[in-house]
Write a protein that binds this ligand. Sequence first.
Ligand SMILES: C[S@@+](CC[C@H](N)C(=O)[O-])C[C@H]1O[C@@H](n2cnc3c(N)ncnc32)[C@H](O)[C@@H]1O
Length: 257
Amino acid sequence: MIRESEAPHAADPHGWSGVAEGWAELWGGFAEPAWRALADVTGIGPSSRTLDVGCGSGEFVAFLDRLGASAAGADPDPGMVGVARSRVSGAEVRVGDAERLPWPDAAFDVVTAINALQFADDTDDAVAELVRVTVPGGLVGISNWAESDRNDLGTIDAAVAAAAGEDVSKDGDLRKPGGLEALLGDGGLEVVAAGLVEVVWEAPDDDVLVRGVLLGEEPQVVAATAATVIEAARPFRTSGGYRFVNAFRYAAARKPG
Ligand SMILES: C[S@@+](CC[C@H](N)C(=O)[O-])C[C@H]1O[C@@H](n2cnc3c(N)ncnc32)[C@H](O)[C@@H]1O
């Protein structure tokens, strides 16, 4: 799994290059409970102009499109943008960082970011940019993984880190209770809703388990770590593979009118 603590390397400043197809296959639909919560609290409907920032392979953009909204997406990784465009032909998906969105001021009624803002160089700058492209009176909605001890997958991350002789990465501010609300409040917005949703990730077999957990790792790291992943996942075995219960937090806030 591409962990938040990993430093991007020079040739791939975002660390997401080359994983778009794998992300779409293994993780693309997994945060659906968070999509539903955000769409609900922001009131997205057929007349909404929406932008999803850090849209990855575009599953949430497609969801917004199915809701009848005018849906757009942005992601810095051209591979992700390519997959997202192929998924939602009617949506405008552009290459762009959260910190530099290629749209004019006040272009959207609702702007979202799911499991993405932690990769921005500066989350406050990113929020300021999300706010810039939101209409006065419009809403910004963010969702992220909750703190590690709410996530079964945290057990696997800890085992992988231990096998590599690394410390387990500490939870970033966006994962902590109140972290999303604080970020939005500091950005000058009025928080209107916040909550926690259960997000389940399932792997039908060892192959999908290892490919999902170690997505983005070099082949030699995958070969060396696969057995650790399978052993750590033992408590989460079911009759049909593996099931991990995790949590995402979400918050929505209004831009002053
Ligand atoms: C964990 S994936 C999540 C993708 C999608 N939001 C989802 O929930 O499936 C993180 C995404 O954030 C993107 N990303 C990385 N740095 C970013 C930045 N500075 N601004 C916006 N998105 C960024 C990556 O390219 C990747 O597509």
